[in-house]
Ligand binder design. Structure first.
Ligand code: RIB
Length: 272
């Protein structure tokens, strides 16, 4: 911050505040920073480069002491322009930038293997956006488990936008085109909730006709009918670690580890 004065304010930028994953994460960041004496400015970028840019400029003008960002459009060069500590959370922006992420590929493999163990023979994937790193990793995990199966078709992979609406549409299309599908791995919970809704709309049952596994472990996943089986990320821990790491950087203490890759866990519920 300017004149070496600290504003004791941190900027937090997330891609989509409508996705319940991010308020849960933001809560952890805020709790932790509050304890350490910092306040938080929250920005929702919609992963729009222009919006992101103007938020970043605004935060620089407010002299924030550091940034925690969950972004897919920021490049390594851009990050260097911001002469302040930055921690990347949930997404890996650039090599060498302090990041807190999870075992995305491993989690996806766990989800798809679990559907197989449950006897599912035609497993589809509702993936996240093209350019988002964790969506790519989760899709790779899906492919590693079923991509070599004789029944596998490229059209078993449908694109969603990590939100409910696109997932409902994608799932309806997928099941109309391939009524044989009996299992779906959705790349995040809100998409899985959309998939449940779509299956019901088509007059089918979850899990009897189509078993569904999500990814995230948001609180809402316990409240769906049926309750959602999911690959839980340690959401709170991720936010807490990102906040602590940033404060360490601000105080210019040594950051012992640049990339934390946290583990995930399968939670079995009724949707499988
Ligand atoms: O950006 C959306 C997704 O990325 C979240 O739902 C969560 O899965 C995160 O890792």
């Amino acid at each position: 911050s300017l004149f070496n004065k600290q504003s004791k304010t941190i900027g937090l930028m997330v891609p989509d505040i409508m996705n319940p994953f991010f308020p849960e994460l933001a809560r952890a960041v805020e709790d932790t920073l509050a304890e350490l004496g910092y306040t938080v400015i929250l920005c929702n970028s919609d992963e729009d480069t222009d919006k992101e840019q103007s938020y970043l400029e605004m935060m620089m003008q407010k002299y924030v002491d550091g940034l925690i960002v969950s972004s897919n459009t920021l490049s390594a060069e851009r990050v260097k322009e911001f002469k302040m500590p930055i921690v990347s959370m949930d997404r890996e922006i650039a090599k060498g930038l302090p990041s807190i992420i999870v075992e995305n590929k491993k989690g996806a493999k766990m989800a798809v293997s679990f559907l197989k163990e449950k006897g599912r023979k035609r497993i589809a994937h509702i993936r996240g956006p093209h350019s988002v790193g964790n969506a790519i990793d989760r899709c790779e995990g899906y492919r590693e488990v079923v991509g070599g199966e004789p029944w596998f078709k490229e059209s078993y992979i449908a694109y969603g936008n990590y939100d409910m609406k696109t997932s409902i549409n994608a799932t309806i299309k997928l099941l109309k085109l391939h009524p044989e599908i009996d299992g779906i791995f959705a790349a995040n919970d809100i998409s899985a909730i959309g998939a449940i809704k779509a299956v019901h709309k088509l007059g089918k049952k979850v899990p009897e006709d189509v078993a569904i596994v999500g990814f995230d472990g948001i609180t809402l996943s316990e409240a769906t009918t049926p309750e959602l089986t999911t690959i839980a990320q340690p959401i709170y821990e991720m936010g807490e670690k990102a906040a602590k790491m940033l404060v360490e950087m601000i105080k210019q203490q040594q950051v012992e580890q640049t990339i934390y890759r946290l583990d995930v866990q399968l939670i079995e519920r009724q949707s499988t």
